[in-house]
Design a protein around this ligand. Structure first.
Ligand SMILES: Cc1ncc(COP(=O)(O)OP(=O)(O)O)c(N)n1
Ligand SMILES: Cc1nc(C(=O)O)sc1CCOP(=O)(O)O
Ligand SMILES: [Mg+2]
Length: 210
């Protein structure tokens, strides 16, 4: 199975306020076909973040899913995650690689800028992420990015490409056709009535394009 392809589910500390909700919602997403899980908790509760990251790591390993930590290289190390997702204001890629080693998966946010992606790819990022392609409920201030960026990026990069920001079951096929290898989703997945069915619908969008 290609580990960096398909539905990329990102957790949310508001939609999933406690351990039980977090675990059951991520489990539901995995059952529906989410291939990559990112633990994204923007609180400063270190104890909770460590505990939840360990719980999710165990769940993802049990189901052979890729588990990444947002922002926090040290937490990724502590909970033995597969890797980390870093933004332009987080730890530099070189530092993250030094800390986590050559087999870790490191993804980098590139917003709407191809130049950030070529730089990250040259520095051996495992994937690059562009967005926001649609208005995002999770990050309403995210700068918009055009779908044409995905097509342009696909023609010059050899690493996998993630599309993020306001992705829904309705607009997912367009982002995949434009060049996304993975679609990263928070709200449209985890606020759904049936998370498993919603994940299945996202996963189907990839089958139509394969
Ligand atoms: C897959 C993926 N893409 C982009 C982001 C955004 O990262 P960043 O710009 O560092 O913003 P925060 O998520 O830290 O608020 C992401 N987390 N995941
Ligand atoms: C975390 C994040 N980063 C973005 C970017 O554009 O870099 S958009 C975003 C939020 C994604 O959540 P939703 O699927 O609810 O829009
Ligand atoms: Mg970040």
């Amino acid at each position: 199975m290609n580990r960096l392809h398909g539905l990329y589910a990102i957790t949310d500390n508001i939609l999933m306020p406690d351990d039980q909700t977090l675990l059951s919602q991520v489990h539901a997403a995995i059952l529906g076909g989410a291939r990559v899980i990112q633990y994204r908790d923007k609180t400063s509760d270190t104890e909770k973040r460590y505990r939840q990251a360990c719980l999710l790591n165990e769940l993802c390993r049990k189901h052979q899913r890729t588990f990444l930590i947002n922002d926090d290289v040290q937490l990724a190390q502590q909970c033995d995650a597969h890797g980390v997702h870093i933004g332009q204001k987080d730890s530099p890629l070189e530092e993250a690689r030094q800390a986590l080693g050559s087999s870790a998966i490191i993804g980098v946010t590139c917003h709407d800028q191809l130049s950030l992606a070529t730089k990250a790819a040259l520095a051996c990022a495992d994937y690059v992420a562009f967005g926001a392609f649609y208005p995002s409920k999770t990050k309403p201030d995210a700068k918009p990015a055009p779908l044409s960026l995905l097509t342009e990026a696909k023609s010059i990069l050899s690493c996998p490409i993630v599309a993020i920001g306001g992705i829904t079951v309705d607009n997912a096929p367009q982002t995949i056709t434009a060049g996304a290898d993975m679609i990263a989703v928070v709200h449209s997945l985890f606020a759904a009535e049936s998370i498993t069915q919603q994940a299945e619908a996202f996963a189907l969008a990839f089958n139509w394009n394969e």
